[in-house]
Design a protein. Structure first.
Length: 153
């Protein structure tokens, strides 16, 4: 649940639950004459409403994280860089420029070149990837974060 849209949606839904709970409590207070029934009904409404809000925050929060991970992330490497090997065959490139070209990609994108990748923020964190597999989040801060993965040479 990282996007502001998801957070806003969660806040709005919580406010709707709270307004509905208040309306039901007011209706119970106006319609029911017996004090004991009124008290039990209000307590039940508050408990059910609180449970609904908690479940909403847990489920929608996790749903937001899951959809974020399922969305395809475009690699950092652009298409013109992929065509450079064909250019190398026709015109020689100085060795210094070859070293500057590095393959990097984002968490969630599919691996196009198999090998060992390291996190750009935590160079000590590495993953061995196969073609077609999706890049995982980096666990460099003892919690997952979206990372730029760089192919080691």
């Amino acid at each position: 649940m990282n996007t502001s849209y998801e957070k806003e949606r969660l806040k709005k839904t919580t406010i709707v639950y709270l307004v509905v709970m208040v309306l039901i409590v007011v209706l119970i207070l106006l319609a029911v004459q017996d004090t004991q029934v009124k008290t039990v009904a209000v307590i039940l409404v508050l408990l059910v409403g609180a449970a609904a809000i908690i479940v909403q925050w847990l489920l929608l929060g996790k749903k937001g994280d899951a959809t974020k991970m399922q969305e395809p992330v475009k690699p950092v490497q652009s298409a013109p860089q992929a065509e450079k090997p064909a250019q190398k065959a026709s015109s020689p490139v100085p060795p210094k420029q070859e070293k500057k070209e590095e393959v990097s990609t984002q968490t969630g994108s599919q691996c196009e070149i198999a090998g060992v990748y390291h996190c750009s923020e935590h160079p000590d964190k590495t993953v061995t990837m196969e073609e077609g597999k999706r890049f995982p989040p980096c666990r460099g801060d003892d919690k997952g974060h979206s990372a730029t993965w760089v192919l080691e040479s």
